[in-house]
Design a protein around this ligand. Sequence first.
Ligand SMILES: [Zn+2]
Length: 180
Amino acid sequence: MNSSPIPIKIFCVCGQKYAFEVHPDNGRMPVPVACPVCKRDGTDEANRIITKILNGKTQPLPPPSVNALLNSVQASLAPHLVDALKNAVVQELAAQRRDLLAAQQAASAELTVLIQRLESVQTPLLERLRAYESRIGELEKELADQSKENRELLKLKIDLLKEQVETERAAGRIKFNTFN
Ligand SMILES: [Zn+2]
């Protein structure tokens, strides 16, 4: 198959940049390349770039920014359709913000419950920290095999817990210092 050549740009460790185009042979460099200045071999790096570009071509494109999308369709659409599309985009963004807000509220509500539970039994600082750390550990385990939406919520929860740990650690230090 005769495809278009792949542009390769290599930043050699000596500081030299060099660029060329290549028709890969089975997804690899057909010939070795080397830095024009220090002669260091650049074939591995070139192969890495070829693989990345070839894989990238078979993967879906990243979603274009809303503005780029609007600009690209604006020219080809009737004005009332452009308005309808803008409305749809605005509503979609509002829905995403609502989801994020709900996730933040859920995360901080869970943390508040945990803090209250620990405070109600006057758990010593060290044990509170341990409780937070173990919850962080659980969440991180969950995070490893979750879908995208859940991941955002889990990350939020972990961040909040880590902040709480920092806050309590700092508070513990201050108390400790005043008793010294
Ligand atoms: Zn070099």
